[in-house]
Design a protein around this ligand. Structure first.
Ligand SMILES: CC(=O)N[C@H]1[C@@H](OP(=O)(O)OP(=O)(O)OC[C@H]2O[C@@H](n3ccc(=O)[nH]c3=O)[C@H](O)[C@@H]2O)O[C@H](CO)[C@@H](O)[C@@H]1O
Ligand SMILES: C=C(OP(=O)(O)O)C(=O)O
Length: 429
């Protein structure tokens, strides 16, 4: 199992290219199941989750090919992939594959919409809470599907096709919004999704579906309306930049000090996080090439944060922000409202000398003047990278074990950081 060794203390200076968003690429790839024509996606990141989803889609009969590397392309440039689901050969998504990644459950929407049946294993994914699938089940039932749970599988049938309906989510869910929106594109009649997720990745998916011929209105607001169409066609779509990767590297620079251009990053995708970072003392400027992050020698100011659905502060940046706050000049309170078990990084940050006290869904972080390197364990994707951020500022050596979590969602992290002066290396084994 690979680990990552970080020797702390170096400032970050240079350019970090921002990859396509994992959380947009995954539903976009799944959308290929909705048509028998080719969906071409540009700016797809090279990630373990993308590779795993490719395997799952192949199992359903999707042909997958990647453009070769062209002259002048950098190893960090996104890849262009072509997905063709000419014929769906299998409507089962098996436990062995779906249990490794939550987003793979979302195939249930397109499969039932196009094939009128699907059998999908209950999902896995990052262990950050119970993560039930009741909104998906209720949503598909509102579109006329019959649903049963059999042997750990959700079995959904709509022998006469799905019909449009009203779906109101009790709580904002990104995955359920993606799934019902995709399913509704091929349903008969109109679907209204109320309390829909407003995340940029939902908007990106809606844009792609529209270029495939879907009729969707209201994406980016809490009410999305979809008029079903009999069929969708192929399209070309570029995945939007990863706002979580952007925020992560911005926090790394705020932690170490330095001056970095996050190339291709878009401020409008993470305004709340950028405002919070500014309040900690980081300078952030928008340029035509991306976002510039700068922190001078002044200390890190403590700032309180509460995670919220978009446009609020994202839960996927909570762990990274906590790492930054461990070295703030005072106490900050971080409240997690999306997932009930997303503080597993706390005990690992404590190994580096962080002072954090958790009470229910709020962590109080008392900033310290120095962290000290230690061996630590990555417990989930964003927790892993919070340990890298802390390690970059800690005195001495930090070894992060179980980095396969990190490889799910960060493309060539050690290359991107070492190009900017970080002393970081992967140890294979
Ligand atoms: C691949 C991907 O895009 N993952 C993101 C997606 O996950 P994901 O789509 O799984 O997260 P959701 O937005 O669905 O989860 C939000 C909340 O709703 C609850 N819930 C969800 C569905 C359901 O049927 N019942 C239910 O109770 C969840 O347990 C959680 O408490 O959005 C999360 C919230 O921004 C992010 O942290 C994840 O990185
Ligand atoms: C929690 C995440 O991913 P997933 O929903 O796939 O577990 C994440 O991207 O931070």
């Amino acid at each position: 199992m690979d680990s990552i060794k970080v020797t702390g203390g170096a400032e970050l200076h240079g350019v970090i290219p921002i990859s396509g968003a994992k959380n947009a690429a995954l539903p976009l790839m799944i959308a290929s199941l909705l048509t028998d024509e080719t969906l071409t996606l540009a700016n797809v990141p090279r990630l373990r989750d993308v590779a795993l989803l490719t395997q799952i889609l192949s199992n359903h009969g999707v042909d997958y090919s990647v453009n070769g590397k062209r002259n002048g392309q950098d190893a960090l440039d996104g890849q262009t992939v072509h997905l063709t689901a000419r014929e769906i050969v299998d409507t089962t998504a098996p436990y062995e594959l779906v249990s490794k990644m939550r987003a793979s459950f979302w195939v249930i929407g397109p499969l039932v919409a196009r094939m009128r049946e699907a059998r999908v294993s209950l999902p896995g994914g990052c262990a950050i809470g119970t993560r039930p699938v009741d909104f998906f089940i209720d949503g598909l039932a509102a579109l006329g599907a019959d649903i049963e749970i059999e042997g750990g599988y959700v079995v959904v049938r709509a022998p006469n096709g799905l019909t449009g309906g009203r779906v109101e989510f009790p709580k904002v869910s990104v995955g359920a919004t993606h799934t019902i929106m995709m399913a509704a594109t091929l349903a008969q009649g109109e679907t209204e999704i109320v309390n829909a997720a407003r995340e940029p990745e939902v908007v990106d998916l809606a844009h792609c579906l529209k270029s495939m011929g879907a009729r969707i209105e209201g994406e980016g607001t809490s009410t999305i309306r979809i008029q079903g169409v009999p069929r969708l066609h192929g399209a070309h779509h570029a995945v939007l930049p990863d706002r979580i990767e952007t925020g992560t590297y911005a926090m790394a620079v705020a932690m170490t000090g330095g001056d970095v251009l996050l190339k291709g990053a878009r401020a409008d995708l993470l305004n709340a996080a950028l405002e919070t970072l500014r309040a900690t003392g980081a300078d952030i400027t928008e340029t035509p090439e991306g976002l510039k992050i700068y922190r001078n020698g002044n200390g890190i100011q403590p700032v309180d944060v509460t995670t919220e659905p978009f446009p609020g502060f994202p839960t996927d940046l909570q762990a990274q922000f906590m790492a930054l706050m461990t070295m703030a000049g005072g106490a900050s309170r971080i409240t997690e409202t999306i997932f009930e078990n997303r503080f597993m990084h706390v005990q690992e940050l404590a190994r580096l000398g962080a002072q954090i006290h958790v009470d229910g869904r709020t962590a109080t972080v008392d900033g310290v003047s120095e962290l000290k390197g230690a061996p630590v364990m990555a417990t989930d994707l964003r927790a892993s990278v919070s340990l890298v951020i802390a390690g970059l500022a800690a005195k001495g050596e930090t070894t992060i074990n179980r980095v396969y979590h990190l490889d799910r969602g960060f493309e060539r992290l050690e290359d991107k950081l070492s190009r900017c002066g970080a002393r970081i290396e992967r140890i294979s084994g």
